[in-house]
Design a protein around this ligand. Structure first.
Ligand code: NAD
Length: 336
């Protein structure tokens, strides 16, 4: 594997899941391409023989995530805010629209940016796809289900969201983004695919407190032997998908034929309490951290569990990496 792969074991695993999906010589625009998922997506697409245009404004992503791709002959990186119009002036086959801040603490500090990236940004991404007759993948979220009442939650569940709450900027913006996609699909016949991503973790995820993603935050606190901060009593659950499984699912959904207008949950359907997660991480890094409890964040859902029957059926998707394997792979990055 070439120097353009930062973690070849993980990359081999993704590529093994994409053997029957063809990206050779396709040109792909990845918005949010220097973020956590976007950078894995760019790297994978280059390995599949695609030409990749990575667009990012570095709101929450980092140039370092894609610096190792800069001298790849098929990689172009552009700094731009997708809430403002953009024209790549190049024939495209696929637009993957990932650009959006996504950390729970960012909902509080950057609600307008989040709304713009998923409404105006999605409209601009769809306009680009329409102009170049390209397919579009929109990264929606399990958060569109809000405080779900059906578990495991299938795509047919319509959601229970508080429009006025602190998470409303994210949940409702993603819901609007989905509606934009379906409007372009119905009115212009655009081949759009919507993925509802459930909590995903792995190398390149930011741990800085500001972003508030639970796994990197816990690992960071445990490694520094600081108290691990749990919101609520820790009995709320999440299901955690390792990045290699998520990227395999995303690029199967974006690349397989016959899926225009489909929406698919992608995640790992094994449920963990936040308390179990914290204890697992303390044990893994041999930490002396204690647990400290704070108030539950407003509208933070008590359960998150995907029904992935549709992903299994239409994508042949099956998560390969459980928490016991994925967590150590992620902590390796913190030791470098
Ligand atoms: N990681 C998860 O668990 C998860 C779960 C559900 C949904 N998602 C969705 O997947 C996508 C990627 O998430 P991630 O985890 O990689 O987050 P991330 O914050 O690491 O990546 C998002 C990227 O988008 C860029 N960005 C934000 N606003 C932009 C704008 N207006 N113009 C251009 N670039 C912009 C950021 O700088 C960053 O590089 C997001 O749309 C997110 O909502 C992720």
């Amino acid at each position: 594997m070439s120097d353009h792969n930062s973690n070849s074991e993980d990359m081999k695993r993704i590529l093994a899941g994409l053997q029957d999906v063809d990206y050779q010589d396709k040109t792909v625009l990845v918005t949010g391409g220097s973020g956590f998922l976007g950078s894995w997506m760019c790297e994978t697409l280059l390995n599949k023989g695609a030409h990749v245009i990575c667009l990012d404004n570095y709101a929450s992503g980092r140039p370092e995530n894609t610096d190792h791709l800069l001298d790849h002959p098929c990689f172009t990186r552009i700094e731009h805010d997708i809430s403002k119009p953009f024209d790549p002036e190049r024939k495209l086959d696929l637009v993957c629209h990932l650009a959006s801040r996504a950390g729970p603490l960012e909902f509080e500090h950057y609600p307008i940016q989040i709304l713009k990236s998923n409404t105006l940004g999605t409209m601009h991404a769809l306009g680009i796809a329409k102009k170049y007759n390209a397919r579009l993948l929109f990264t929606s979220t399990s958060e569109i289900y809000g405080e779900a009442e059906v578990f495991p939650t299938p795509e047919t569940y319509r959601g229970n969201v508080n429009t006025l709450g602190i998470r409303g900027c994210y949940d409702e913006a993603k819901r609007a983004g989905e509606a934009y996609c379906m409007a372009y699909h119905r009115q212009h016949g655009l081949d759009v695919r919507i993925v509802r991503i459930f909590n995903t973790y792995g190398p390149r995820m930011r741990s800085d407190g500001h972003y508030g993603r639970v796994i990197p935050r816990f690992i960071d606190q445990a490694m520094q032997n600081q108290p691990i901060t749990i919101f609520g009593d820790g009995t709320q659950t999440r299901s955690f998908c390792y990045v290699t499984d998520q990227i395999t699912g995303l690029l199967r959904l974006a690349g397989l034929p016959g899926l225009a207008g489909e929406v698919v949950n992608i995640g790992n359907p094994v449920e963990w309490t936040i308390l179990e997660l914290a204890k697992k991480i303390i044990q893994l890094v041999h930490s002396s951290s204690t647990l400290s409890y704070g108030p539950l964040q407003q509208d933070d859902p008590m359960r998150r569990l995907p029904n992935i029957d549709k992903a299994r059926k239409v994508l042949g998707f099956e998560p390969q990496v459980g928490l016991d394997e994925g967590l150590p792979r992620m902590t390796e990055e913190f030791l470098i």
